[in-house]
Design a binder for this molecule. Structure first.
Ligand code: FAD
Length: 494
């Protein structure tokens, strides 16, 4: 007999609800705990998971495998080519290992929920208890309701309710103990699993040698790295977070999103640590930086609640149905220029190049480039949403969809459609010295002063041209007018 924990987007040993309960159950029954992880190339394809993310997950699994082995806990990993065959393979393994109890943490995307549903039924038929738990969020979806008993669609009142709920149920932030050691005999019984290596990334998600090295240097894997990043941030930068978090050159945010989205860090752990760092020992009040940080972490919960309550956002539809009738442009050249960071708008280009180079982009810049795609270029925001998923290491459906919906004004609690970011003003305000632009757009390194924000409009055109920097592909004023008209028209029809 045995107890199984199926890892998905919860790649950690500490403070992992499913894993912790599985370990407790195994102890209670006096049987070994077995962990498993399935590599599913078709799922990667369906979710547009980036190669950098897949590589990060594989490197994380290496770390976990070793750590689990130290506890005599086997980590079984395999690649299943046909995603429809995943439940069948899981079941076969459960039976082979004599597992009577299986645990996992819930993923809220529609495909995953459907698959889990199937699996629960199949397990029931086989007399196996299958427990799927809320772990990815601090407050489980469908917990917070408006006075009228509805899901909130506006962040501020939802956040108030989130704070109140967590203060009333402080156990939501309690840590789940790490798994305990298996009996040594597990080493022999599962020697084949212990000796097997982690699969390599599937052929549809391969990185070049150069990329592999670059990303390995940028993003060390594993939960200890995640914890260390969080601690460093909470011991230092958090105090000025509220005043500095919008400035991309300053490197003042926690950069833990890759860890939260692969689950090497639990949102619960981050919120608990932030609460401890607050002078009030509460989620609000006290240090403005800490309170602001907790509010950002809560956005992640908010978007997951939205996804769980309105699963149609997973189905290529805008949250605001009336926005389906907007007529988008079809301009491959503009889309290519945006993707490659050669729009001639330095702040946009810097941000797009940062994403390509790092698999990461600063939040302010995500808003700027998303708004630019949807409103200046009038290209369907879903193209940008997909491109982000294909390149981000922290790609997360709910946050990405929420962020794009906010910026394109088609989502939940969005920026009003008539508010159109002026890339030049954004650049002047949030990258006043042009440090971020110079870092990512080497052609403009030599451009001095304010001209950095708009070299062709501010007398540095010759210099920019000589360095090979493109002219702006569109005119801000014209784009603004076109966008206002097109959104208004669409809303009239929608
Ligand atoms: P910090 O400022 O240190 O914040 C800490 C954590 O809070 C983040 O790691 C994140 O988990 C959460 N958080 C902060 N801001 C937001 C937000 N606006 N929405 C949701 N959660 C937030 N975040 C992702 O994790 N994955 C995505 O795919 C993603 N796509 C985005 C797309 C767009 C168009 C926009 C506007 C935002 C997107 N975000 C996404 C949110 C945000 O940009 C990143 O979470 C943040 O930049 C990560 O950096 P950090 O860890 O240093 O953040």
């Amino acid at each position: 007999e045995s107890v199984v924990h199926w890892f998905k987007r919860d790649l950690r040993l500490q403070d992992n609800r499913g894993l912790s309960l599985a370990s407790q159950k195994a102890k209670e029954l006096g049987v070994p705990l077995i962990c498993m992880y399935i590599v599913s190339p078709q799922d990667y394809q369906a979710h547009l998971t980036s190669a950098v993310r897949v590589d990060f997950e594989m490197r994380t699994l290496e770390v976990m495998k070793e750590e689990l082995a130290g506890l005599h806990i086997p980590l079984y990993t395999t690649t299943i080519e046909d995603r429809k065959a995943v439940p069948g393979h899981l079941l076969q393994k459960f039976k082979e290992w004599g597992a009577k109890h299986v645990y996992c943490n819930i993923e809220y995307e529609v495909d995953e929920l459907r698959r889990e549903n199937k699996l629960v039924k199949k397990c029931l038929e086989e007399g196996i208890s299958f427990t799927a738990l809320h772990d990815d969020v601090v407050v489980p979806p469908e917990t917070l309701m408006t006075g009228a008993g509805k899901q909130y669609s506006v962040y501020s009142p939802w956040f108030k309710s989130w704070i109140k709920h967590v203060h009333a149920h402080p156990d939501l932030l309690d840590a789940f103990p790490a798994p305990t050691t298996n009996d040594e005999s597990a080493k022999r019984r599962f020697s084949d699993i212990f000796s097997a290596s982690i699969p390599s990334a599937p052929s549809n998600k391969l990185l070049s040698k150069e990329e592999k090295e670059r990303f390995a240097n940028l993003w060390p894997p594993g939960e200890h790295e995640a914890q260390a990043r969080l601690s460093r941030f909470l011991e230092g930068k958090v105090s000025k977070y509220q005043d500095t978090r919008n400035f991309p050159a300053m490197n003042t945010t926690s950069i833990i999103s890759p860890h939260l989205s692969t689950g090497t860090l639990a949102a619960r752990t981050a919120v608990r640590a932030a609460r401890e760092a607050n002078s009030t020992k509460k989620l609000d009040g006290g240090n403005a930086g800490v309170a602001g940080y907790i509010s950002e972490l809560a956005w992640r919960d908010f978007y997951k609640h939205v996804l769980a309550h309105w699963p149609y956002v997973c189905m290529n539809k805008p949250f605001k149905y009336e926005y389906t009738a907007i007529e988008w442009e079809y301009n491959d050249e503009h889309f290519a220029a945006w993707k490659e960071g050669r729009t001639g708008f330095p702040i946009v280009d810097a941000a797009m190049r940062q994403m390509k180079e790092m698999g990461y982009m600063h939040n302010r810049c995500r808003m700027i480039v998303a708004s630019f795609l949807a409103k200046h270029l009038l290209l369907d925001w879903r193209m940008g949403e997909r491109y982000f998923m294909e390149h981000l290491i922290d790609g997360d459906f709910a946050s990405n969809n929420g962020g794009w919906g906010f910026s394109a004004s088609t989502g939940v609690d969005p920026q009003p459609y008539f508010r159109i970011f002026n890339p030049l003003l954004q650049s002047e305000k949030f990258d006043a010295d042009g440090e971020y632009i110079r870092r990512w757009v080497p052609e403009l390194k030599g451009v001095a002063g304010k001209a950095i924000h708009d070299p062709y409009g501010r007398g540095a055109g010759k210099q920019a041209e000589k360095a090979g920097y493109p002219k702006p592909i569109v005119d801000h004023k014209q784009c603004r007018e076109r966008c206002l008209a097109r959104y208004k028209e669409g809303l009239g029809r929608g």
